[in-house]
Design a protein around this ligand. Structure first.
Ligand SMILES: Nc1nc2c(ncn2[C@@H]2O[C@H](COP(=O)(O)OP(=O)(O)OP(=O)(O)O)[C@@H](O)[C@H]2O)c(=O)[nH]1
Ligand SMILES: [Mg+2]
Length: 318
């Protein structure tokens, strides 16, 4: 058993006692190309803004669980980074996170933008085929954008025979989700509560604080900046009057620093104010948020930086 399996087994033992007979549970991994709407779907299914959404591809970098618990079942949805062909160590680490989610999953959703005219990449096709799961669903998203004549169309290169079911949804408008959910529950077997019924995610406040800052950077900067940024919580202290949180924004090059800071510090101030509001909403406590911008040269290419930032890197090929 690896660490994650052991952790899962311990949790199951503790929570099995409280789940009623006939209770169903399981894991659903949401896979797809960048920008397909995976994080929007996770948030819609759980009813909370857990995972950052942006119009830019490659927004999600982590495997984030959103937990939906009712009297009859608990479904743990796993949002994943969009699958692309990994060209560097950073992208390899992202793809590894997708592989981990697939390993845990009972059901896979392959989310495809219904307007996408490029076929799914080979890496994604392989991952879907090789997965050892109970069901694979093709979930065509963004149907709100389709012309009525295309309502029944299948995007090019997508073979419906590879899937157990096909669904058409709009994650943004929350259309078609009930049918998707009920089909998912049908595929689950009896199982324990994996998480406390009140818990909505597996991530802690530190994670969401770092993500709140990263989200604002995705919103207010362009070109390579959002991708060159890593946000790290260096200090998180719950104090009686106000929480104190220090987040460091790492960039890859000296020239990127002034872009994040903005003229007279304006942009950094805006990022800080908006992120603080989001953090306060989440924690329900007044917060002082301090931001620092530092350079960590080419961190996405550097194995030890990636490890330090929590990205597992694969062993080097011999
Ligand atoms: N019109 C429409 N837009 C959607 C829908 N679902 C998601 N979007 C938009 O698509 C964009 C990408 O959404 P995300 O949820 O960030 O996509 P993702 O698959 O998580 O992307 P990565 O994390 O980059 O892999 C955002 O601008 C969303 O608002 C939908 O059903 N309809
Ligand atoms: Mg995402």
């Amino acid at each position: 058993m690896n660490d994650r399996e052991t952790e899962k087994a311990i949790m199951q033992d503790q929570l099995a006692a409280v789940s009623p007979p006939g209770f169903k549970s399981g894991f659903v991994a949401i896979l797809g190309k960048p920008n397909a709407g995976k994080s929007t779907l996770l948030n819609a299914l759980v009813g909370e803004r857990l995972s950052i959404v942006s119009e830019k591809p490659q927004t999600t970098r982590d495997r984030i669980a959103g937990i939906l618990t009712t009297e009859q079942h608990q479904i743990v949805f796993l949002d994943t980074p969009g699958i692309i062909v990994p060209r560097d160590k950073f992208n390899e680490a992202l793809v590894d996170r997708v592989d981990e989610a697939i390993e845990d999953a009972d059901v896979l959703y392959h989310l495809v933008d219904a307007m996408d005219t490029d076929p799914p990449n080979e890496r994604l096709r392989e991952a879907l085929q090789q997965a050892n799961v109970r069901a694979r669903f093709l979930v065509l998203n963004k149907i709100d954008k389709l012309a009525p004549k295309d309502a029944e169309s299948i995007p090019p290169g997508v073979d419906v025979r590879s899937y157990d079911r096909v669904f058409r949804i709009s994650a943004l408008l929350k259309q078609g989700l009930d049918e998707l959910l009920s089909a998912t529950v049908d595929c689950l077997s009896e199982g324990p509560l994996y998480y406390d019924p009140d818990q909505l995610t597996d991530r802690d406040e530190r994670f969401f604080a770092a993500e709140a800052v990263r989200e604002k950077i995705f919103l207010y900067t362009g070109e390579e900046i959002p991708y060159a940024v890593f946000t790290k919580v260096e200090s998180f202290e719950e104090r009686p009057d106000k929480d104190f949180i220090r987040v460091v924004i790492y960039v890859e090059r000296e020239s990127q620093k002034p872009i994040i800071i903005g003229k007279g510090g304006q942009l950094l101030k805006r990022i800080g104010t908006e992120a603080r509001c989001d953090i306060e909403k989440l924690t329900g406590r007044p917060t002082y948020l301090e931001l620092w911008v530092k350079v960590r040269k080419n961190w996405r290419k550097n194995e030890s930086d990636l490890r330090n930032f929590g990205f597992k890197t694969r062993p080097k090929k011999r």
